[in-house]
Design a protein around this ligand. Structure first.
Ligand SMILES: [Mg+2]
Length: 196
């Protein structure tokens, strides 16, 4: 039974100007940033944090809500579903984004709160806090890590096509071009589950 939707933040709920290639170039790595950060010494971690925080706080202050985001979140509330936010972004920039767009979630996990996606642990944390099982959840995101994380934890997955889509191979349960269609998919799931 679908009871909770777990959302990625950047380029899923908000269009952010975060340019990961530029951030990686400034750090001087080709690896995913948080994985690089985890492998270096504390001084280098502080340098990475400074670069990342600068880019993230600027992007958070300027980001726009994705088309259909407000309608989808309102729909979930009316339908009695829980919602969670799971991001590799920092707590500080998540706070900025949530305040800027007056968004609220039952659980918010930033990178300080758990191992990052695609690790399935943050989904387990969300489920424990809400008293749910992963099978009760739908993970919604625009990137491979969102889908891998959901699948590893045992949620259903929905991919919202974003600018990175062509660069990875994923097999989500659902794939849609926007959050408007995501809302229709969720409405269909709820209708099917409510049939006797
Ligand atoms: Mg994303």
């Amino acid at each position: 039974m679908l009871r909770c939707v777990i959302f990625d933040l950047d380029n899923t709920l908000v269009d952010s100007a975060l340019d990961f290639s530029r951030i990686k170039a400034e750090i001087g790595t080709d690896q995913p940033i948080l994985e690089y950060r985890a492998a270096v010494d504390p001084a280098e971690q502080r340098r990475v944090d400074e670069i990342l925080d600068r880019h993230e706080s600027r992007a958070a202050a300027d980001c726009a809500l994705c088309a259909g985001a407000r309608e989808l979140l309102d729909f979930l509330r009316v339908a009695g579903l829980r919602s969670a936010l799971l991001t590799r972004n920092s707590r500080a920039s998540v706070r900025t984004v949530l305040a800027r767009h007056t968004l609220a979630f039952d659980v918010v996990l930033a990178r300080e709160d758990s191992p990052p996606k695609p690790d399935p642990e943050p989904v387990r944390i969300i489920c424990r806090r809400l008293g749910l099982q992963p099978a009760d959840c739908l993970m919604v995101g625009d990137y491979l890590y969102d889908i891998q994380c959901g699948q590893a934890a045992g949620t259903r997955t929905l991919l919202v096509d974003g600018p990175h889509r062509k660069k990875f191979d994923a097999a989500p349960d659902y794939e849609v071009p926007s959050l408007h269609e995501a809302r229709r998919v969720i409405a269909d799931i709820l209708r099917q589950e409510q049939q006797p």
